[in-house]
Write a protein that binds this ligand. Structure first.
Ligand SMILES: [Zn+2]
Length: 181
């Protein structure tokens, strides 16, 4: 009787131990999988952003427009896009260096969204640049490019009332004056 109980309890302990290890390994595998997924998304996003920024630095707006996502193309024609990006370029110049500030990714089976922010040094000043991306067919595409920099103030401040716009707009949202470009 005593032997049976000991046997049963020790096998019970062994089972629990194996179960516990199995759970640990499973959690470790899931964690590893998530980590792999996260880093591979980040590498893909960084690659797309670098290619886009290289085209902007070369003032190759046609190629840059070609590569952006359909969501952005719906809002801006190629002419709008070229005006927007060439305005940013005229104020900041070429990108000299960048360090990543943050990266966020959200993926579902229907598609994903990602935001990557860099602290950048341009020829004409410092700035923080945010790129928004979406993925619907497994390919990341840029759908937003937002630059915050004191070097942009000349084209963001209304020449009439002085109000600073949060985006490059054609007319002042306060007084309707045509903005400097
Ligand atoms: Zn104004």
């Amino acid at each position: 009787m005593a032997d049976d109980n000991t046997g049963r309890s020790s096998s019970g302990v062994r089972w629990l131990f194996i179960g516990g290890t199995g759970l640990f390994v499973l959690v470790l595998l899931c964690g590893g999988g998530l980590y792999w997924f996260y880093t591979s998304s980040q590498a893909e996003v960084e690659q797309v952003v670098n290619a886009f920024q290289t085209q902007l630095d070369a003032e190759n707006y046609a190629a840059a427009y070609q590569a952006i996502g359909p969501e952005w193309k719906l809002i801006n024609s190629q002419a709008d896009f070229t005006e927007l990006e060439s305005t940013i370029f005229s104020q900041l110049g070429k990108l000299q260096s960048k360090t990543m500030f943050s990266f966020n990714v959200n993926e579902a089976t229907s598609g994903g969204t990602a935001y990557i922010i860099y602290n950048c040094t341009f020829e004409k000043g410092q700035g923080q640049v945010k790129y928004s991306l979406t993925s619907s067919t497994g390919t990341w595409r840029i759908v937003g490019h937002h630059v915050e920099s004191p070097a942009m103030i000349k084209v963001l401040a209304c020449p009439s009332c002085g109000e600073v716009m949060s985006d490059l707009v054609k007319f002042c949202s306060e007084c309707g004056t045509k903005m400097n470009r």
